[in-house]
Write a protein that binds this ligand. Sequence first.
Ligand code: PPE
Length: 310
Amino acid sequence: MEPSDFIWMNGDFVAWDEAKVHVLTHGLHYGTGVFEGIRAYETDRGTAIFRHTEHLDRLAKSAELYYMPMPFGREQLRAATHELITRNDLQSCYIRPLVFRGYGTMGLFPLDATVDVAIAVWEWGAYLGDEGKRAGIRAKVSSWRRISPAGLIPHAKASGQYLNSVLAKEETAKAGYDESILLDQRGFVCEGSGENIFVVRDGALLTPPHTAAILDGITRKSVIQIAGDLGYPVVERDIARAELYLAEEVFLTGTAAELVPVREIDDHELGAPGEITRAIQAKFEDALHGRAQEYAEWLDVVIERSKVTS
Ligand code: PPE
């Protein structure tokens, strides 16, 4: 991670090194936070944030699912993010808003604890490596199952829930693979440690449904739209583990990872990225970088303050 100059905290722009919390912050002990991962890209229209509104909506929904009142409205957070990117002089970046239970209350009852909000932006390269994006990655099915809706809320992007992803990531990294794939509590394919998953079989795209305990990925939604527009059938249905090995193509989608082909799963060779993966990846990259007119509305162009006031 490349430090930038400023972080936005509870309404103020503070120096990167000054963005601190107390060690008794509630969220640090109990994972009581919700967050987002968003990316901004350089485009012809200027720096543009991909599907910013959808990410802020999901942040608000995650907070609501944990009964956490949002101290700032979506429009305030949107404007703060624009100004933060401009102040940090970034042309492209990763954006991390975090809403968390703050300092002053200990114990599991959180409803009286303060809620703090921070937004950080920094330059972040290819999450699973440039080579991974180009040539595909090696994945392994984790022995850890994805959190069940019986015990947590897969639809919420909540800090504490990520211990599940961390365990899966640790296990597969130690075994020498690039990424882990988690099955859901029933044993069907769910998602990567930080990505949704798509499987190509007989020329159609399959992806697990909401009932498979997935995070409702914004990249997933975008890819479903793009695939449909390109004429590929998309089916949301349960996927058996062996279908991963029998697939023609498999790829992962996420904000940090973007669209990453999978070339090997559990030592079954799938081969170099296939035609459908390539076609969707190319269109998706065009959408991110403002080269696809039909998806122009997905971009929230950062208006520089100097341009607003002049
Ligand atoms: N599943 C999980 C568990 C997940 O964390 C992400 C995003 C996705 C699916 C894809 O969702 P979306 O980004 O809306 O398409 N993971 C974020 C965090 C990564 C991290 O290491 O931190 C991300 O990609 O920003």
